[in-house]
Structures are given as structure tokens and as C-alpha cells.
Design a protein around this ligand. Structure first.
Ligand code: ZN
Length: 221
């Protein structure tokens, strides 16, 4: 049989919904007959409510809390309790419960901190001038620099429906690199992200060729 002191150490873990089935059963049985532990558990309710507000769909994304953190903090609190003379015990209870709650919130804080962590700023769009060689085509373009290369976001209409177009980026040294292909959508507006391995700093120009290789659109970068 576990003692009151051993079981009380597990209250924080119990309140967080952790512990093996056997541990939880033992603690529940002890709670039936121990008003002190019931009171401590009731004091942990605000923590439980706070945890209930965490988005459970994202819990799997959470980094693990350091192993044994909660147990170490709780063990420290209990050790301090054991060393405290009896007349002070009662007054210490509130402190101990606050400590348990703080330990739980510290553990929960890993999750909350992770959920509200700063999201990197979106990459800035760099509008670039576009010249079209075909009157039917209307287009604007933005460049997005990436660590892996460069993205051209092409907003356009008037590329012949069903025709396959090729996009290319020319580097400063003249090397021509593919930026993918797309199919014309006729008069319907299209938004097409064309990716190339050329870094923004090395890119000199961007071009779109039709299926016969004729230039339809150019942009100096
Ligand atoms: Zn107890």
C-alpha cells in the first residue's frame, strides 16, 4: 500500500491526466478516504481548466517537456514539506499547492509557449516589370527570394488555352535554368508559382516561351 505522502506526490500528475491505470486507481481509492489530498486536488482545478483550453489537435506538435520535470519539482516540494515542523504544515499547504500548480503550468507552458511562438514573417514580394510580346497576354509578376532559389508568382490571362508554356530564368553569367511549365488558361485569370533553383541575387531575367519556343513574356530582374 502506498502512503499518503507517496500518493500526494502524484496529485499534480493525476490532475494532468497522467499516470498508469494502476497508479490512478490507487490514487482514486486514497482520495476517497483522505480529505487533505481531496482539497489539494480541488486546488489544482484551475490548472486542469487551463489545460482543457489547449488546442488538442496540436498537442502532437508539441516538443516534449524535459523528462521528469514535473516529478522533480513535486519531489522537491514534498521534501520541503517533510522537513517542516508540524505547526507550520497547514500554512505550508497553500504554498505547496501553489508550487504543484506552478509546476503543472510550467509543464503546460512548454505547450502554450510553442502554440504562440512567433511565426516567421512571410517572405516579401518583389514586384517586377513584365513586357509581353503577344497583345492577348496580360500579366504581372512578383519575385519571392528563397534559400533554395527563386519563385516567380505570375498573375496572368490570355495565354492560349491548352498550350504548354515553358518558364526560364537566366543567370548573370548567361546560364539558362528552367522554372517549370504551365498550361494556358485562355481568358480565365491564372496565378502560377514558377520555381527555379537560381538564387535571386544571381538572376538576370525571366522569360516565358510558347510551345514553338517563341518568347511570350520577359522580365528583367
Ligand atoms: Zn492523502
Amino acid at each position: 500500500m502506498s502512503t499518503h505522502r507517496e500518493l500526494r506526490e502524484q496529485l499534480g500528475v493525476y490532475a494532468l491526466g497522467h499516470g498508469t491505470p494502476a497508479e490512478r486507481t490507487a490514487l482514486r481509492a486514497h482520495l476517497d478516504g483522505c480529505a487533505t489530498c481531496r482539497a489539494d486536488l480541488a486546488d489544482l482545478a484551475p490548472l486542469r481548466d487551463r489545460l482543457a483550453a489547449v488546442d488538442l489537435d496540436r498537442v502532437d506538435d508539441l516538443p516534449p517537456a524535459p523528462a521528469g520535470l514535473g516529478d522533480r519539482v513535486l519531489a522537491g516540494i514534498v521534501a520541503e514539506q517533510a522537513a517542516t515542523p508540524l505547526p507550520l504544515r497547514r500554512r505550508h499547504r497553500a504554498t505547496a499547492v501553489a508550487g504543484i500548480a506552478a509546476a503543472g503550468i510550467a509543464v503546460a507552458g512548454f505547450g502554450v509557449g510553442w502554440l504562440v511562438r512567433p511565426v516567421p514573417e512571410p517572405r516579401p514580394l518583389e514586384p517586377v516589370a513584365v513586357q509581353v510580346a503577344v497583345p492577348e497576354v496580360e500579366a504581372t509578376a512578383d519575385v519571392v527570394p528563397h534559400t533554395w532559389g527563386m519563385e516567380v508568382q505570375l498573375h496572368a490571362a490570355g495565354f492560349t488555352a491548352g498550350e504548354v508554356y515553358r518558364a526560364q530564368v537566366t543567370e548573370d553569367d548567361g546560364r539558362v535554368v528552367s522554372a517549370g511549365e504551365f498550361i494556358g488558361t485562355g481568358s480565365a485569370e491564372m496565378v502560377c508559382n514558377l520555381n527555379s533553383s537560381v538564387l535571386r541575387a544571381d538572376a538576370a531575367s525571366f522569360v516565358v516561351l510558347d510551345s514553338s519556343g517563341a518568347v511570350v513574356l520577359t522580365s528583367s530582374l
